[in-house]
Ligand binder design. Sequence first.
Ligand code: HEM
Length: 138
Amino acid sequence: MLGFQLAITFHLAGIIFWLGGLGARLILLNSANAGANEGGRSQLYQLQQKIHLMMEAPAFVVALMAGLFLVHATKVTFNQPWFRAKIALVLGLIAVSLIASRQFKAFNASGRVGQAMGLFAGLVVFTLLTLVAVLTKF
Ligand code: HEM
């Protein structure tokens, strides 16, 4: 029981810092200025990379490890529709993160600014739907 409670604690803490870091990077992406010079672009790129490497990625690993432990502990399977939905939404969140990283690379290389607010809306909607799936277990 203590193992389960600890796993939930690590799972939720991991999710908070993973998605919090992603949200922070998307706000930075939204403030990227198309007219910025190379030095300014590189500064923004390095800042988002620090958030990605120091906060988002380690927190994702913690959330995933604890989530896999919970899969084992609760014996949840893909036969349960809420779990299928949850994993599809988690893949959506991972896609948002990968697209954000690509857009930062493009901004750093050429100054092209992407669709940060669309990605931010995706982050909010996917997070809400994931919580609905896991808390209602429909
Ligand atoms: C990274 C992949 C993930 C995996 C493999 C995973 C797996 C799991 C499992 C198996 C449980 C236990 C369910 C049960 O009590 O029957 C759980 C609990 C939970 N997960 Fe995830 N999860 C993942 C990502 C997420 C994300 C992205 C969110 C939120 C946006 C989330 C929110 C929650 C919450 C709130 C609980 C606690 C539910 C409760 O105690 O009733 N999980 N997760």
